[in-house]
Every structure is written in C-alpha cells, then in structure tokens.
Design a protein around this ligand. Structure first.
Ligand SMILES: Nc1ncnc2c1ncn2[C@@H]1O[C@H](COP(=O)(O)OP(=O)(O)OP(=O)(O)O)[C@@H](O)[C@H]1O
Ligand SMILES: [Mg+2]
Length: 407
C-alpha cells in the first residue's frame, strides 16, 4: 500500500484525542484500518490552551493508531471546533463568459470564489465553503449548473468561519509532533459525513455532536448544509452537575454517568446505586432515577441552546425530518428518546458507519468526527477516487491557504 493512499483523521477533543487510519486504495468509501486515542490535555472546548500538553496528547494517540493500523503516520486531517466557529450565508454572481455557451467547471469555481469575497473581520479564517444552490439567469434551486446555458450564474453558499488564531494553534500543535496537515473540516460537519445518509440530508436532518466541552450542530435541508454552529457546552457539564448534585468527586461523577447515566427519568427505573462518601465514610445509597433527575435537565438545557441557535436563522420554522446525535454524549442511555421529545421529530444515535473495513475499531458515536474527517479529505483530495455525496467545492484551495502560512 502506498503511503499516499493512507488517510488519517485526528479529532482533538476536549476529553480524548481520537485518531483513525483509513486506506483509500480501493474504490468506494475509505476503509478503516485502525484507531487510537489518548486522554486529552491542554485542549478546552475545542481550542488549544496548552501547546506542549496538546502536542503530547496528539503524539500518544497517533502512536496508538500507528500500532493499531500497523502503519507509519506522517500526515493527518484535522477538525476544528469551538465557540469561535461561526457559519454565515453568502452569495456570488458572475457573467457567463460566452453567451449561449455552456457553464463550465471553471465558472462554477469562480462563482463560488465570488461568494467567498465577503468582508471578514480581522482575525477570521474561512474553513469551508459549502454550496447550497446555484442560479442560472432567472432559474433558482439548481444543484449542478455545469453544462447548462445562461448569461448570469449565481451561487448561494454557507461559509464556515473560525478564529484564525484557534486554527493556527491546532496546526501548530500537530506540526510540533512532526506531522503535516492534509485537510481541515468543521468537526460537527465531519461527524455528519461519517454517519448521515444522503436521504437524511435530503429530507432535512439536524446533526448534534455532543462532545465533552462543545456541542456542534449542522442543519441539512434539501441535500445542502444550511447552518453550522458550535456551543461551548457539552457532556462534561453533566459530570459537574452529578458531582455537585450527589456530592461526589468529579472522577466518580464521570464514572457514575458512564455506568449508570440515563437521559430520561421516566425510563431510568429505580435500581439502587452506591455512592461513595467523600472522606471515606460508609457509602450512601442512591438510585438510577435520582441520577437521571440530575442528567435530564442538563441535557435538555443543551438541546435548548441548540434550538435557540437555530431560532436565530432563517430555518427557525423548519422542523427537520430527523435528529442524529454523535459524539461521546450520544452514548448516554435514552438520549435519543429525550431528543425526540424535545425536538418533536425522530432521533437516532449516529455511528460512523459510512465507511468500510474494521468498523469495530470505531463503532462508537464518539468516533464520528475522526472518521468523518477522513471522509471529508477523501472526497476532496483523494485523487477523485472517492466521490462523496456533497460537493465540497473550494475545500482543497482553502486548506492550502490555511496551511500555507506554516510552510
Ligand atoms: N457511556 C457514556 N455515557 C454517558 N456519557 C458518555 C459515555 N461515554 C462517553 N461519554 C461522555 O462523552 C464525552 C466525550 O465525548 P467526545 O469524545 O465526543 O468528546 P471530546 O471530543 O473529547 O470533546 P469535544 O468534542 O467537546 O472537544 C465525555 O463528556 C464523556 O463523559
Ligand atoms: Mg469531539
């Protein structure tokens, strides 16, 4: 297998760094060869807060992935997340060069480029340009204008922007380990690429990536990304609530959440749970239901923040056909049912299963972003071998722009 056919996805999470190794030598979806992870240090709510610690965590996870997949890793694709992420809509319009002639790929690229020329505040970087639709003369809602004829070509795009400094720091942390950056993707978008079907994107799906320190969201409607955002709250706040509510240390609260946590009080049952006393007294008795009574309102509050974020968009009245939950927080028992109640629409946990190979290594919603980062890079720079469902035009170029600063 040639080195160039290996793609590696790196997810710099707040709680764990996750690395996925995939093989792109076969036609079709990337084949997962292995995965590795480490306890994340120096990363908070998606951003690097301590360069040395973040790099050490990356090194550890990369080494674990090298052992698991039996390959040497030199390049990685990374994902970006955090409250500094802001998605905005933009439009571009150009005159088609030869009147009556066919619209070419070059013109499509130019009209996407035109939509990108918006006045960004100082210190902001464009991470992704996601086409929503094209206009040819008076006709709207066109998905692929190449080959059509017209005089004016317009584009409507969703642009993901991030703090340049936050992006720089992630690339720096990766470089410090001696790795090069192949691609950059918005984390919840990556999670959706690994776990959401074309039909779901078509019908309208809200993807919620419940990480430890961030909750990312992507709204799909009619096959295109309509909104993206990231909220600086995640599943670690549940742990804090358990620690305070049940008066236990954070480490024990985390363990209680993972082992007995349930997002629905009505489904929790009253199985007893032993709670150790701080200071070593005899353990107290509590129940799964009491634990759920701490968890449910906090998860509800996170969903509320997601709903509020959508209210500020032009899609506030659009009820998605479904909700897909990814990230480690999606492992919480009955969390999909709580999402169904909250959003009033079917919900499911999203596993990163839109890949082939040793899927077991990553059969976990917490791996959706790492796997999806590989999918995103395969779609844009896989030498045309793998063509995904979404035209991530502009991606290759902007990655070059973001990474070039370091060459
Ligand atoms: N079985 C489980 N039940 C409940 N919560 C869980 C379970 N497993 C993991 N979690 C929670 O999921 C979170 C970790 O998820 P994930 O790995 O997606 O986050 P991260 O990528 O490290 O953080 P972020 O994306 O916010 O930067 C932790 O808060 C963890 O407690
Ligand atoms: Mg994450």
């Amino acid at each position: 297998m040639r080195k160039s056919e290996i793609l590696v996805g790196l997810d710099l999470g707040t709680s764990r760094v996750k690395v996925v190794v995939a093989d792109l030598s076969e036609r079709g979806a990337p084949e997962i060869l292995g995965a590795g992870e480490s306890v994340a240090r120096g990363i908070e709510a998606g951003v690097v807060v301590n360069m040395d610690m973040a790099s050490a965590s990356i090194r550890e996870a990369v080494e674990a992935a090298e052992d698991s997949a039996d390959v040497e890793i030199g390049r990685v694709s990374i994902s970006i997340d955090g409250e500094h992420i802001k998605g905005i809509d933009s439009r571009g319009v150009i005159a088609v060069s030869r009147s009556g002639g066919e619209i070419t790929k070059g013109e499509v690229d130019t009209v996407l480029e035109a939509a990108k020329t918006l006045a960004l505040p100082v210190g902001r970087a464009i991470v992704d340009v996601l086409p929503q639709e094209f206009f040819v003369d008076g006709q709207r809602g066109i998905r692929t204008p190449i080959g059509m004829s017209g005089v004016r070509l317009g584009s409507k795009v969703h642009i993901v922007t991030a703090s340049q400094q936050a992006v720089d720091n992630v690339i720096r942390a990766v470089r410090k380990v001696g790795l090069r950056t192949d691609g950059i993707t918005l984390r919840p978008l990556a999670a959706s690429l690994a776990s959401v079907s074309p039909d779901e994107k078509e019908l309208g799906t809200l993807v919620v990536n419940l990480g430890a320190g961030t909750t990312g969201l992507v709204l799909y409607q009619a096959g295109a990304v309509r909104h993206t955002a990231s909220i600086g709250w995640g599943a670690s706040s549940i742990t804090n609530d358990i620690a305070v509510g049940l008066r236990v240390p954070l480490s024990r609260a985390e363990q209680l959440k993972m082992e007995h946590g349930c997002a629905l009080v009505s489904a929790a049952g009253d199985d007893p749970i032993e709670i150790p006393t701080v200071g070593g007294g005899p353990p107290r008795e509590s129940s799964k239901q009491i634990l759920a009574a701490v968890i449910e309102p906090r998860v509800g509050e996170i969903f509320e923040l997601v709903a509020n974020e959508l209210k500020s968009t032009e899609y506030s009245n659009v009820v998605p056909a479904g909700v897909v939950l990814t990230g480690g927080g999606a492992r919480l028992e009955h969390v999909a049912e709580l999402a169904e109640q909250f959003f009033g629409t079917p919900a499911r946990v999203g596993l990163p299963d839109r890949v082939s190979g040793s899927f077991d290594a990553v059969a976990d919603p917490a791996y959706a972003a790492a796997v999806g980062t590989v999918v995103a890079t395969a779609e844009t720079s896989g030498g045309g071998r793998y063509r995904g469902e979404m035209p991530l035009a502009g991606t290759v170029q902007r990655v070059r722009q973001l990474v070039d600063r370091f060459l």
